[in-house]
Design a protein around this ligand. Sequence first.
Ligand code: MOS
Length: 744
Amino acid sequence: MKFDAPAGTNPIDRLAVVGRPTERVDGVLKVCGLAPYAYERHDVVDDCCYGYIVGTSVARGRVAAIDVDHARAAAGVVAVITCQDTGTLPRGTFYASKLLADPDVQHYHQAVAVVVAESFEQARAAATQVHVEYEVVDGRYDLAAEVDRAVESKVAPPKRVGDFDTAYANAPVNLEAVYTTPDHAHVMMEPHATIARWNERGLSLWTSAQALSWSTRDLQAIFDLAPNEVHVSSPYIGGGFGGKATVLADAALAAVAARHTGRPVKITLQRALIFNNTTHRAATRQRIRIGASAEGEILAIGHEAWSGNLDGGPPELATLCTPLLYAGANRMTATYLAHLDLAEANAMRAPGETPGMMALEIAMDELAERLGMDPVALRIRNDTQVDPANPERRFSTRRFVDCFEQGATRFGWNARSPEPGTRRDGSWLIGLGTAAAIRAAPIGTSGARVRLTREKRVIVETDMTDIGTGSYTILAQTAAEMLGVPLADVEVRLGESSYPQAYGSVGQRGGNSSASGVYAACIKLRGAVLTALGITDADPAGPSTVFADGCVYHAEQTFDLAAAVAGGEQVGEDKLEYGDIADDFVHQSLGAHFVEVAVHAHTGEIRVRRMLAVCAAGRILNPMAARSQIIGGMTMGVGAALMEAQDVDTRYGFFVNHDMASYEVPVHADIPDQTVVFLDDVDETMSPMKAKGVGELGISGAPAAVANGIYNATGIRIRDYPITPDKLIDKLPRPEHEPTENIV
Ligand code: MOS
């Protein structure tokens, strides 16, 4: 099925199931521990052994000698595998980093050996007996020191509209500031894990991967296999956030070890290896310049971003949203990439927008102050309904102003003092902050197969994944809506590469894309059902034939679905593909964040007290699941604002805090009540579901809203994330009287 014109009325519009707050259909399995994750697939192979990856202890250089004899002789050891056994492993197409040092070492904790033993403990013990000598080479580890050597990124060429330099120079009000964001880790709950097995069918992997078609593509490349020789299973995933986009060391080396030993091999990455072995969000330096009229009209906006990566790795696309977020006739963005010898930087939740908005949305707060203007009013003043670079291209929908107006009312924004540092609650300084949210809403070809059984049960199969987002639930809702059966009669099967291909859980496009794939398959199935019922004059996609209550209502007649499957089940399989309608519109999800922050006047302790996000993100397929996505993003935003940072040892080249004790993320006690409001925003131009993405919208802008709240509370502007008490303490107002008692 092709989508090349606005959707029009279709069966989803009944909204009998879609659009309703719906609990997770897999919720009971999850809370009872009955949803098996990759490492727990105890039923899939016999005679499994355990692999343990040894990471390099230097960042840059070469393996000069490697002594594996002691490890091979250790109790229970089946094999110790290094590049001497494998040669250089080919790479897939997504990641630039090699998955095994060959013997060149690209970054700290790159895999140098995998020890395979009868038990995990034996493999881990033997791994300590692998002795490696390195020839160490000087590397580059410090982004700040490499900025001058960075070059314009080829994947994100500069964009210019009008004459930025002249307009900026002549603008009545100017703002120029530099912001920095640190490296971030995904720290998903479930570590990367894989069971690999080879047999006459080829390679089978039970793993934790976000996009199965990317995994199979890359496994084919790494192991020189045909498409039908690779099988990947990933039905339950304990979080990914971009960190499990495709094949990493666990998957590749489990497959290497299984081939080498002739036995199934199971590998999980030990938590302390993940931070330097896998990927992360790159640190950035960003320069923003905005020129405005005295009335707050943006006349010129410039955003430059620097980040670093291994050769071949992508830049952090921190300027991604700047061409589209605000109006302005004169604009420039540029993205520069430096070489760094740290672990590979790659996608993490809202790649580009997250760090970009951390900078841009503080800059807007600073500009508002310089103009003596309310920050909400400044943003509303500069709304655009078209692509500023190409005014012919309209936003499909953009309720940006409504997000701010409704948010300001609901949040009680008028209680904000325009004078920073003037609101108090005892020893706490109170501030309100706001920021915009924007995130691209892409869509991609997705397919599914849907069966109606003789018992009138519906079975949905697609290789889409559920990374904790609710895919099982919204796909069940979609099929229930389309076929008119109760939600409980729908079974959704995901995460098998043998199922019809969906886009995968990436780029906040998975929900809308895969639901649209299920829609297409259901249209096919409706057609088959209508034929079986002898109805020849109905459009299976049209609104006049209603599937509901286990029946088909057509031309004032009622047919029981059972009659369509009396002779055997009916099957519909199709995929939804997209014409160039996506080029005709700007598709973005939008929102407005509001945050109340308290900063302790004497200690600098920062507490977030209230958060509100008002979102316009297309039709909301399941408000409960969508809210969870947004509050998850807001929570990660608080982490990015206040605590998350991978600290780089710039002498030896690694992330020092590489475990969950020292890489801090918010816990429940850090997060207050969060409110999420979704505005009605049905988007006919996106897909038959009329949805957009929500998975990455909630983090976009949230850190800056916290930062702006801290400024409003204290009058202290921090442009270097995370905002920790040590950056505030010597600038906080000194008490008139030195405290005579303990102050906390
Ligand atoms: Mo997302 S960073 O596209 O998994």
